[in-house]
Ligand binder design. Structure first.
Ligand code: AMP
Length: 398
């Protein structure tokens, strides 16, 4: 477990476990660029694990296509997660569904397995999956490939940052699944390359995030092209009013499943690092040379800031890469893989990278800049402390 007893020269403040624990609460005159109370970034990992979910069903209880069952076994999944346990039967029964669940709950398989079964049974079915980020889309496709093996069912990624011509060519082969980000999907629709009226199964994933990222018009546009008769699945970690408005337009008589999870993991030790009057890069350097900082995600606010920090840390000899909106998809994927495969110690990222990323064993999340909102904070630090492992989140405050 992370040890908080460091010398004051490192800039750590003492822990305060009496923090005001109000997610999203505003506070005046705090760290530059943010109105969040820094005490919200302090919380000792309780180490108390939430009780494991006891699933009612086994995977074998679900009437999936035989190859889907086989691929679940090859994937090594033992029991359904809560969202899988509760959502897969209604989806198999053709119901519209609202799933209130975070990334990490297993929601991808919860919609992929029933939809793959549906397509296996009726090859005229087509599935559109809309996600906020390129990375999340790529992850869904990775998962799709594993579950669709040997089924003759194919998918295409339709995301920004990759060649639109290549995507157009892939779409001409009429894949049954299209997984994409809103901007590129709309782009291909406008060019009349993607015919959205064909998709009688549609998944909107991480809707709250898509709205945060300003995709509301694209989403409304995409929905307006869809056939009236369709199965619609809607996933979001939170349900602010704007997402409810999209829900009303998108779904018909949906069943709602809420997977309770605390806003921040019990496995993440959270603390702040006081940086006022100090060189933040020096502080970061002192942290990164510590042995326990093995696989670190560092979040910054701007692409420009990230680039500058990356150069500085490379000059200091750290193994490091970065992902942000200005990088091509191939560059982002390469950087992510390098962290996953332990070729680098540190990945620098803007918030674009903070949702949906599924990287094992991130030991530390460092917020070099304070996040804009508590929600962003929760998503950033959710990259560590996963799968029952302890994680540490440190936030630099001025
Ligand atoms: P997701 O929330 O869909 O991004 O899934 C989070 C992680 O959990 C991914 O690495 C999945 O491969 C994994 N996962 C999903 N369902 C299960 C399951 N039933 N058993 C074990 N791992 C799972």
């Amino acid at each position: 477990m992370y040890n908080n007893r460091r010398s004051p020269s490192r800039g750590f403040q003492g822990r305060n476990n009496n923090r005001s624990n109000g997610g999203g609460r505003r506070y005046s005159n705090q760290s530059k660029g943010s109105s969040l109370n820094p005490m919200m970034f302090v919380n000792r990992a309780s180490g108390v694990e939430e009780l494991p979910y006891i699933s009612v069903n086994n995977f074998s209880d679900f009437p999936f296509a035989a190859m889907v069952h086989k691929n679940i076994q090859s994937r090594g999944y033992d029991k359904p997660t809560a969202i899988q346990d509760q959502a897969m039967t209604p989806i198999l029964n053709g119901r519209d569904l609202v799933g209130i669940a975070n990334t990490g709950t297993g929601k991808t398989a919860a919609f992929l397995l029933p939809l793959l079964t549906k397509v296996a049974q009726d090859r005229t079915q087509k599935v559109l999956i809309v996600t906020p980020t390129r990375e999340l889309a790529a992850q869904i496709q990775d998962e799709f490939r594993l579950f669709s093996q040997g089924m003759g069912i194919y998918s295409t990624l339709v995301i920004g940052g990759s060649s639109i011509n290549v995507q157009a060519k892939q779409l001409s082969r009429r894949p049954q699944f299209v997984i994409g980000t809103p901007g590129r999907l709309m782009d291909l629709e406008k060019r009349r390359i993607l015919d959205l009226t064909q998709f009688n199964n549609v998944v909107l994933d991480e809707v709250d995030r898509m709205l945060d990222m300003g995709f509301i018009h694209d989403i409304k546009h995409i929905i307006s092209f869809l056939p009236q008769k369709r199965q619609s699945l809607f996933f979001s970690a939170t349900l602010p009013e704007a997402t409810k408005a999209v829900m009303r337009n998108f779904l018909s008589d949906p069943i709602t499943i809420t997977i309770k999870s605390s806003s921040t993991s019990h496995n993440v030790d959270q603390d702040i690092v006081q940086t006022r009057g100090k060189d933040k890069v020096e502080i970061l350097h002192d942290l990164l040379i510590k042995q326990e900082f093995q696989k670190v995600l560092v979040f910054g606010r701007t692409k420009w800031g990230i680039n500058k920090l990356e150069k500085n840390l490379i000059d200091r000899g750290f193994k490091i890469a970065s992902i942000h909106g200005n990088k091509t998809q191939a560059q982002r994927q390469r950087s992510l893989n390098m962290l996953k495969n332990n070729q680098i110690q540190v990945l620098l990222a803007t918030d674009v990278a903070s949702r949906g990323l599924d990287i094992d064993n991130v030991t530390h999340v460092i917020n070099f800049n304070v996040p804009e909102s508590y929600e962003d904070y929760v998503h950033r630090i959710g990259r560590t402390g996963r799968a029952g492992k302890k994680g540490v989140a440190l936030t630099f405050v001025d």
